[in-house]
Design a protein around this ligand. Structure first.
Ligand SMILES: Nc1ncnc2c1ncn2[C@@H]1O[C@H](COP(=O)(O)OP(=O)(O)OP(=O)(O)O)[C@@H](O)[C@H]1O
Length: 460
């Protein structure tokens, strides 16, 4: 319920204002001096102030009221103040509005005019608060988003990027398809950054994680008190992405009920926050993504065809990593550098056997698999050299901290290694297996500590 603070030294006036406003659905609180009003506004939530202009006996010029307006605005710059006086002059009205008052009403007041003014100014305050919240949220998001820096030497990927750069300039909705982990969300952000909307926000939302119950609240926002858990106003994804881009990831995971709601917004370009009557316009550009075969889902009636056509003004398929083998190495090196930095480890480098193994690997999990592999390697390798066995390519799915190193107890399957390389690999991997403990690693290979160090020196 919205709260009105009545500041008037006449208790009779306070009582009749309360009578009127409580009937209109507001809660009211009355104080008799500007000082009490300052205290109240500093500590309580107030949606509008009704302010008398004269408080000391025999004053009619409104000076106290004018001073109170400035002070109240300092405490809460968005607070609407409707001033009321029985001694209205045009000068005073002009001065009050100049100080920042929202409206000026003469006593005795007209009930209808006063109620209308209060309603309008409380709504305006809510709009301004939404705007402030929205800009703050947008600023926060921009600070957390790093801009996309594509690593690609593959002609195939370069063609896709060129196509996306061109499409980014249009206002078309784009559907990105492709296997798991190909980087569809990465490409979605790339489209946003190359579009005319780049100054707006890029808002990403995983539709698989949005339940039917939360769909309206997540996508359109809600007003405080709209439902039991709505403790605060919430700005929805469509509003956050106004004049920017809204990325709907895992779109095939949306239930039919939520698909219908999404379709309605896309068709009508209008939506309403839960608990609000205000109709908002959708100005976000929609980029969506899926790794499912939407045609199959449509045939099985699990995905609406009309929604599919709304989302895919144009459809772009992101290639799997195995279709861009030139990218494997540069991406691997980039991830190694990133994770070496994150884990404060020396920069890890790929030994020739590891390079070869990576190039031959199929990467069914695409860039994500490569990224996770490099993270694991950086974390588990005791030294900065990465050998083929450290990649644990044959049993990537059941990695544990030790599995990489256990696999080195047998001679690697790669038949291009020299004897030196095999020995080097065995030393480093055994060290990793024993958690960096040289004595244990040396003993397990039948070496003394000094023999161990001599060999380590040889392999730097
Ligand atoms: N070109 C790239 N450069 C650097 N990192 C990338 C690149 N492409 C993808 N990644 C990284 O790979 C991981 C997987 O990417 P992303 O989540 O975008 O894949 P996806 O295609 O959306 O997968 P899914 O269909 O499973 O949701 C992310 O951690 C992303 O940062």
């Amino acid at each position: 319920m919205k709260k009105v603070l009545i500041v008037d030294d006449s208790l009779d006036i306070q009582a009749s204002l309360k009578f009127l406003l409580e009937d209109e659905g507001y809660t009211c609180h009355g104080v008799v001096t500007p000082d009490a009003a300052f205290d109240y506004v500093s500590t309580q939530e107030v949606d509008l102030v009704l302010l008398d202009m004269n408080f000391t006996q025999d004053t009619t010029r409104g000076k106290e009221g004018l001073a109170a307006i400035s002070q109240l605005m300092q405490i809460d710059p968005l607070l609407p103040i409707v001033v009321m006086t029985g001694w209205a002059t045009l000068d005073l009205a002009v001065n009050a509005l100049k100080q920042g008052a929202a409206d000026f009403i003469e006593k005795p007041w007209d009930d209808e005019r006063l109620a209308h003014s209060i309603k309008v100014h409380i709504e305006k305050r809510a709009d301004r608060q939404d705007l402030v919240r929205l800009s703050a949220e947008n600023e926060r998001l921009k600070k957390t988003q790093r801009s996309i820096n594509f690593v690609t030497q593959s002609e195939h990927k370069q063609r896709v990027l060129a196509q996306l750069t061109q499409l980014a300039q249009s206002e078309m909705n784009i559907l990105l398809t492709g296997e798991n982990g190909t980087g569809k969300s990465y490409y979605a952000q790339y489209i946003h950054e190359h579009s005319r909307r780049a100054d707006g926000s890029f808002i990403s939302i995983n539709m698989g994680a949005v339940s039917d119950e939360l769909f309206n609240s997540e996508l359109f926002g809600h007003k405080k008190g709209a439902f039991t858990d709505a403790k605060e106003d919430r700005v929805g994804a469509f509003t956050l992405a106004s004049n920017g881009s809204l990325f709907l990831d895992e779109i095939a995971n949306l239930s039919l009920r939520s698909q219908a709601k999404l379709l309605q917004v896309l068709e009508e370009r209008k939506y309403t926050a839960v608990g609000s009557h205000k109709v908002l316009e959708n100005t976000a550009r929609i980029i969506s993504a899926t790794n499912s075969k939407l045609h199959d889902a449509i045939a099985n009636q699990a995905f609406r065809q009309d929604l599919y056509y709304r989302l895919n003004t144009v459809e772009v398929e992101i290639p799997p990593l195995r279709a861009c083998p030139e990218d494997i190495l540069p991406l691997a090196e980039r991830f190694l550098s990133q994770f070496s930095h994150n884990y404060k480890k020396p920069l890890a480098s790929l030994m020739p056997c590891a390079v070869k193994a990576l190039k031959q690997y199929e990467f069914l999990g695409n860039v994500r698999e490569l990224k996770h592999m490099m993270e694991r390697v950086v974390f588990t390798c005791a030294n900065a050299k990465v050998f083929a066995s450290d990649l644990a390519l044959n049993n990537a799915s059941d990695q544990s901290l030790h599995s990489t190193t256990k696999s080195t107890s047998v001679i690697p399957e790669n038949h291009d290694l020299t004897l030196d390389e095999i020995v080097e690999q065995a030393l480093f991997s055994r060290l990793a297996f024993h958690g960096g403990n040289v004595s244990k690693a040396a003993k397990s290979l039948g070496l003394s500590r000094s023999a161990w160090y001599r060999k380590m020196d040889k392999y730097e």
